[in-house]
Design a protein around this ligand. Sequence first.
Ligand code: GLN
Ligand code: ZN
Length: 758
Amino acid sequence: MARSSVLGYPRIGEKREWKQALEAYWSGRCDESTYRERMKDIRLARLRKLQASGIDLIPVGDFSEYDHVLDTAAMFGLVPKRFAYEGGEVPASVYFGIARGTKEAAASEMTKWFNTNYHYIVPELDGALPSLTENRPLHAYLEAKEALGIEGKPVLLGPLTFIRLSKGYDPADTDAWLDRLIPLYERVLRELEQAGATWMQIDEPSLVLAGDRQDRDRLHRIYSAFAAAAPHLSIMLQTYFESADDYETIIGLPVKGIGLDFAHGRDGNLAAIRQHGFPSDKVLGAGVVDGRGIWRASLANGCKLLDELKQFVPSDRLIVQSSCSLLHVPVTVRGEDRLPDVLRQALAFADEKLAEISLLTKAAELGTDAIAAQSGESEAALRALNEHAARNRTDVHAAVQTVAFQEGRRHLPFADRQPLQQAKWQLPLLPTTTIGSFPQTVDVRKARQQWRKGEWSKERYDSFIREQIDKWVSLQEEIGLDVLVHGEFERTDMVEFFGEKLAGFAFTLGGWVQSYGSRCVKPPIIFGDVAFEGAMTVEETAYAQSKTSRPVKGMLTGPVTIMNWSFVREDIAREQIAYQLAYALRQEVEALEAAGIGLIQVDEPAVREGLPLKREAQANYLAWAVKAFRLTTCTVRDTTQIHTHMCYCEFHDMLGSIEAMDADVISIETSRSHGELIHHFERQSYPLGIGLGVYDIHSPRVPRTEEMTAMIDRALQTLDPALFWINPDCGLKTRGEEETLAALRNMVDAARAARQTF
Ligand code: GLN
Ligand code: ZN
């Protein structure tokens, strides 16, 4: 019989109970034992749901109180030395300390989980020897069995991926680290086997990235050891997010099951199976339902795929499952009553995906006809959305087609337009500016809520926003900044704000997904053609400009960032969505320029996030991402200065693309890279305007002038002073007013001092 499974399920609960429990505990509003009870309730509630859904192999141990990579490190006692930890089970204070920092010790770094918007805590292998502090998968397995009679499938991050995601060790020591970890994993597996577990999911998503010969040997070593340690425990070696890099090696490993992603690695995985077949002693974990996308599955296409797979694997060796953990999608579409019907019918979040998996499992066993009625429904829903007017705006299609043919070049190259801009704006050497937002105080947030709830009239809210702008324009003048901003007080979020004003977007009421720790995001849904419907930022920006003789910089979010931070439609290519956004935003850029705004910043902090995992696909992505930015900004006058901003990311392999964006000025978050970024520019100078953030805005600490002077001095050793700008790292939205003012005063002092040296 074909069976069904999922690789993981959201932790946060239907109403984000998880976040509330965590934050109550952190703030001291809830004691540890109450907190433990609440977490257990959440864990069991989700297991009950999975049980009721009829899924055969229910994952256990994928639940986490913060992050599963941190869980794995904690389970092996891998606590960075700066935390007071003396061995044994890692206490909550240390666990959350690593994640969030303590008074004495800085938090561990957090970074993106492959190409998702989930962030994990980077383990630090700083020398302490690992030991098994707690058999977490065993505890999860026993809990599910004892409380609910569930024969669960424990989930654990595999050793190769765990080491690859860690830092602080010499890659030449990879094998030594494996030698230390393998015996600990063996014990985990042995104890699970003894407790009666039958299946175990070991996640090795790094196997979709390019590996080498050594990795092949390592995989054999790891999985032979596991097979010997727990011969009766069936291991599902699970890959996801792309096709397996080295299918032939993987199918030769002594494991019972191989899990492949047929949503995001469909073509590569299918080609590998067609070429090499599938071993007759193994079970295929067929990830046919997209675990990351929010759209309803085409059951007809799912059946077709399963039919093809059945040519290689009989149904009793098939597990029909999600392509990856459902962690990356919201919990349920239930209750989304405000969405247009045609859209709601075409959505499937985690709970709806459970039902789809069950249906496809039935079809794998009994044939497509067994689910004909449901399949018809899903096709009708998808067709209705595709045929909907929102997806078929011929005006948008025609315009974007024309625009996308253009190269997106400014009239003059930078070297020729820069002197014109300089003549027009008359900025001093090393001009000072900020990245856009100023502190969103309790008052600002309260005002917005009151307006949204209808307690405040639009007039009252608008005049409140104008007061904020007045206040901060004069503060910026007083501090002595050269290029001012209006402060973004009217925006909750840099994507939502624009999404609400553009056509083609929809917003859920409760479509939250975990981003990092307790922080959840509610991405907008780009379900239709994106179109400009009227000016979005002109009023506030022009108002700010009317209050000062200094230039005010307009502030927009760029096309690629808006796309990468939204859930997007899948009936057209991402590239096309980016061009639709570019064309819409270009009209905003032009509207700002027409209203007399001559410096316009188009933020693109999320360009890197969309980078494909497969190296061969990266250049193409970067090319159209850069083009989308250029299409947004290319039609302005030579004297109009285009700025952009990027937050910290791995820039080293992207500097060429950043230059190709051809922004007159880019500001980049620098301090979190510990000087690495400056180091890259030391090797490769930058020919356009650039500001490397001179202080970290993530901390309330006010940096001294001398610290910023040191940053400036170092940057100016390689970068051209005539092109260098002085600004903080990022927007100041999350900071308090006082610390912001003090830090900016020191920054302006540092700029003045630096000017003296020329
Ligand atoms: N303009 C945005 C702001 O200042 C930029 C945010 C960011 O750095 N990601 O808030
Ligand atoms: Zn930033």
